[in-house]
Design a binder for this molecule. Structure first.
Ligand code: HEC
Length: 129
């Protein structure tokens, strides 16, 4: 009986170790649903631009440099690269972020106020390299 309890405990501990990092890094599956808010303006297909640039490979890409996208406003001449930290700040409030960093007016106004939404949509974007 004692052994079974121990095994059960061990099993739970392993589950925790495997599942916890996935949660901490954002949930890409849930992020796909959050991305529905972005779809009107962004595609995740490489080279397919809408009102906003394609977001395929946006992680580690310099801001404002998607190939073939000519409608940058606030991000024109940007000097930062998109990573988790910059995306998190940008998606919280694009207008404020772009104004403070680039002294320009952002053409994107949608805000993701919930941290969980931002984490998850970033995890989703990360799955398209
Ligand atoms: C109403 C249209 C619209 C919506 C909705 C929208 N965006 Fe944008 N997005 C834009 C435009 C336009 C730009 C270019 C901004 C600029 O240059 O000022 C942009 C730029 C970006 C960039 C920078 C791209 C690059 O090449 O540097 C990222 C990242 C981004 N959007 C992510 C998102 C995410 C994630 C969502 C959903 C949560 C979203 N956007 C929703 C219009 C939109």
């Amino acid at each position: 009986m004692k052994n079974i309890k121990f095994l059960l405990l061990l099993f739970c501990a392993i589950q925790f170790l495997v599942v916890a990092p996935a949660i901490a890094g954002g949930d890409a599956v849930r992020g796909k649903r959050v991305f529905n808010k972005c779809k009107a303006c962004h595609s995740i297909k490489a080279g397919k631009h809408k009102i906003g640039a394609s977001l395929a490979g946006v992680i580690n890409r310099k801001a404002g440099t998607a190939k073939g996208f000519k409608r940058y406003k606030g991000l024109k001449g940007a000097d930062w690269t998109w990573d988790e930290a910059t995306l998190d700040e940008y998606l919280t409030n694009p207008k404020k972020f772009v104004k403070s960093r680039n002294k320009r007016k952002s053409a994107m106004i949608l805000k993701l106020k919930k941290k969980r939404d931002r984490d998850d949509v970033i995890a989703y974007l990360k799955s398209f390299k």
